[in-house]
Write a protein that binds this ligand. Structure first.
Ligand SMILES: *[C@@H]1O[C@H](CO)[C@@H](O)[C@H](O)[C@H]1NC(C)=O
Ligand SMILES: *[C@@H]1O[C@H](CO)[C@@H](O)[C@H](O)[C@H]1NC(C)=O
Length: 408
């Protein structure tokens, strides 16, 4: 057992190396996949116990959980704070801890309710889509090419302009505002310097974060903020602001951008079996762009095999034991448990022997997927942006699919 743990600690530091080089892999579908391959469904990785069969992961996602400052297997620091804990991923959602769900409700209320549908259909939103199509036409858009690497234009520029506008009503046509947003939302380095341990410990991005806080605090969605609402656990405007800044960087822009890259062939699929040889763009070209369900399934199948967030975690509240390499091992309360949704979504016992094959018309994809920390439509801590993320990726397939078919 000691040996297993040591080996795993080593792969923990390897995880760090790969993290430095390639941040989007930092919660490590490669590493967790190696853990399962060498140690079976239960294993120890980077000091966490991983439990990877579909049913156990599904049960966890549907249960209340205790948490700590982790994003999957990735320790976080410099998280948003005012006077009390507000960072959703770190908060428990048990019967006694009600703030988590009330803060989610507050976030949802201000981002996705009042004025949201109007913003989605507005002229400003249409301009974002037109700009995206134009950038796709004029920029090389193979993997690693300009469309996927620019910060203020191309795919990332689109997500920054569009999400800040539709969620917050931020005037992203103002170049001064865009400058502040791009400084924090650009490339892959700021995410580490803002929030990933240990890079974010010195808080070198503090003033950059503060500028985005100010833009969000002054955005039109928060203009009518009501303080002291019990249904939102009295969340303050400053608390919601700081939380939102962090969510925009860690999840909204980073996560959805990865999914959008993957579904448009801008990111190679993982090398499971012959997955990395799947030509996602060629499959996209065969889709019926009027078939909403088919487009959704395409996104879900890409995300099943290459999820933007590959795992979540929770903290054991009681001692437990797990069978690891044929031996029953006891763990104390307080042990961090990795919940690798990526492994559950490729568990052959649930998905069948073709679990590693790309098949957007596989049965029950909608009901069984865990892409947004959900189990189909269920889950206690599902990503609040799941519908926006999915709808946006589907629309990207449609809008850019049309450009491709017009011969660009
Ligand atoms: C936000 O609004 C306040 C009050 O209107 C103003 O003093 C401040 O300069 C604004 N900040 C930004 C970044 O626009
Ligand atoms: C919200 O504020 C009210 C009134 O001050 C207080 O009674 C209540 O305990 C507060 N709730 C939370 C969750 O802080």
């Amino acid at each position: 057992m000691t040996m297993v743990v040591n080996v795993c600690k080593r792969s923990g530091s390897l995880l760090w190396l790969s993290c430095l080089i390639h941040l989007k892999r930092c919660s490590g579908s490669g590493s967790t996949e190696k853990g399962r391959a060498s140690m079976g469904k239960n294993y120890v990785l980077a000091g966490m116990v991983g439990v990877s069969d579909y049913e156990t992961v599904a049960f966890t996602l549907k249960s209340a959980q205790h948490r700590t400052d982790y994003l999957g297997a990735q320790p976080l620091t410099n998280l948003p704070k005012v006077d009390r804990e507000i960072f959703l991923l770190s908060m428990a959602n048990t019967a006694k801890e009600l703030n988590h769900d009330k803060f989610v409700a507050c976030f949802y209320h201000y981002m996705f309710r009042e004025g949201f549908e109007e913003r989605l259909k507005s002229e400003k939103a249409k301009k974002c889509w037109a700009q995206l199509a134009e950038d796709y036409k004029t920029m090389p858009h193979g993997e690693g090419e300009q469309f996927y690497t620019e910060d203020a234009t191309g795919l990332r520029g689109f997500f920054i302009r569009y999400f800040f506008y539709v969620m917050l009503g931020t005037d992203t046509e103002d170049p001064e505002i865009m400058k502040d947003l791009v400084a924090m939302m650009r490339g892959d380095t700021p995410i580490a310097m803002c929030y990933l341990w240990p890079f974010a410990v010195p808080n070198l991005m503090g003033s950059t974060i503060k500028k985005v806080d100010d833009r969000i605090f002054n955005s039109s969605s928060l203009a009518k903020f009501v303080e002291g609402e019990e249904k939102f656990a009295n969340m303050t405007k400053l608390e919601l602001t700081r939380l939102t800044t962090c969510i925009m960087r860690l999840a909204a822009i980073t996560g959805t951008l990865q999914l959008a890259k993957s579904v448009t062939g801008g990111l190679t699929m993982p090398p499971f079996e012959d997955m990395d040889k799947t030509n996602v763009a060629a499959e996209w070209d065969k889709l019926d762009l009027a078939d909403e369900q088919a487009l959704q399934n395409f996104c879900l199948e890409v995300a099943r095999l290459h999820p933007p967030v590959s795992s979540v975690h929770h903290i054991a509240t009681e001692a437990f034991s797990a069978t690891i390499q044929g031996r029953v091992v006891d763990f104390p309360a307080g042990t961090k448990i990795l919940v690798p949704t990526n492994l559950a979504m490729t568990d052959v016992d649930t998905w069948g022997v073709d679990a590693f094959k790309f098949n957007p018309s596989r049965p029950a994809l909608q009901e069984k997927n865990m892409v947004f920390a959900n189990v189909g439509k269920q889950g206690t801590r599902v990503c609040p942006g799941q519908y926006l993320a999915m709808d946006t990726c589907v629309e990207i397939l449609r809008v850019l699919g049309k450009v491709r078919r017009e011969g660009k």
